[in-house]
Design a binder for this molecule. Structure first.
Ligand SMILES: [Zn+2]
Length: 342
């Protein structure tokens, strides 16, 4: 067990081991039965070997205790999970020296929250460190529990830091956080080199003026950062410069979208303006059959029904008409259609 109670306060085994005198004191206190299990309150002792790191253990092995069970489970977890927990603890203890930072906090039954932090300002947050094994059932259970406590919770996900273009390409926990967290973002730590990365989902829909949806080659922004820049805010974990970098990325997207919209409008106008109609009809009439196929394909892709109707009527009208009158017919049909549309 990482944590125990001594003189009414929580102490942590990894802190005790740093100072020899402190370690001596705690070892003696254990023998004197002054150390108690953080969860069940029974006596514990301090242990540290060269293989198994510093920890507390129940004096009586036959004690049944959820925390002891949980600690056994943690001992089997990946080394990277433990290292990330250490990094986070080290970092927040450094930058928030007056904050209350508790590990393995039992906030609700059957679970030990990796971090419960209360800043000097009174701001509270729970932090969970998980990986791809987190299921949707467990995650929604956590949401419910933290909701009941009215406590904000954020996740740090242990995975590999790589670029993924769309949220649906990521594991459930990452996708869920991208879609459900207040900031639509998730922090991922690489389990091999401990690179920290923040991902954010752009939930905005970009609709062209012709009502089609603009499809980008990505909908997730990723930003690698130094863990020392990690901070706590009312909305959760954040990094100072992240928002401005994200806004730059958004700006580029918006520009790209607007340019594409302008191009689309231009190409449509240039193809379907009245002059072009006349040119098409001219060429059809002079026997350019391949052009008819091209026009038919374009019409099948065009959503502007008015143009299709005009063209169909125009084309049909020409079949039995004197070729010299086609411009008059064209205008007549255009006007007729426009009248019926009004
Ligand atoms: Zn216990």
């Amino acid at each position: 067990m990482e944590r125990c109670t001594y003189l009414g306060k929580s102490i942590y085994a990894d802190k005790v081991k740093l100072d020899f005198c402190e370690e001596q004191l705690i070892r003696n206190s254990g023998r004197e039965r002054k150390l108690f299990c953080y969860d069940c309150g029974k006596p514990v002792i301090y242990k540290r070997g060269e293989i198994r790191d510093a920890h507390f253990a129940h004096l009586d092995h036959s004690d049944e205790c959820d925390y002891e069970e949980y600690s056994k489970y943690c001992a089997k977890r990946s080394p990277s999970w433990k290292i990330v927990k250490e990094i986070i603890n080290y970092h927040f203890s450094n930058i928030y020296p007056h904050a209350i930072i508790e590990r393995d906090e039992r906030l609700f039954k059957g679970h030990y929250t990796d971090f419960y932090i209360k800043l000097e300002s009174g701001l509270e947050i729970a932090i969970e460190i998980d990986d791809k094994t987190m299921t949707s059932k467990n995650l929604s259970n956590f949401y419910d529990k933290y909701n009941e406590l009215q406590l904000n919770v954020d996740w740090i996900v242990l995975d590999s830091v790589k670029t993924f273009n769309y949220d649906y390409q990521s594991y459930y926990i990452k996708r869920a956080r991208l879609n459900e967290s207040i900031n639509h973002s998730v922090i991922v730590v690489d389990k091999s080199d401990y690179t920290f990365c923040m991902y954010k989902l752009d939930t905005k829909k970009y609709i062209y003026s012709d009502s089609n949806i603009c499809k980008f080659t990505e909908n997730v922004f990723s930003y690698i950062f130094d863990f020392e820049k990690l901070r706590i805010s009312e909305k959760g974990l954040y990094i100072d410069e992240f928002e401005s970098e994200y806004q730059k990325w958004l700006g580029k997207r918006l520009y790209e979208f607007k340019q594409r919209d302008i191009e689309l409008n231009k190409s449509k106008q240039s193809y379907w303006d009245e002059d072009h109609y006349i040119e098409i009809i001219n060429r059809i009439m002079s026997g350019e059959k391949s052009l008819i196929d091209d026009v038919v394909i374009r019409l099948s892709q065009d959503e502007n029904k008015l143009e299709i109707v005009i063209f169909e009527q125009l084309y049909n009208g020409f079949k039995d008409t004197d070729l010299n009158n086609y411009i008059d017919i064209f205008e007549t049909i255009i006007n007729k259609i426009k009248e019926t549309q009004l």
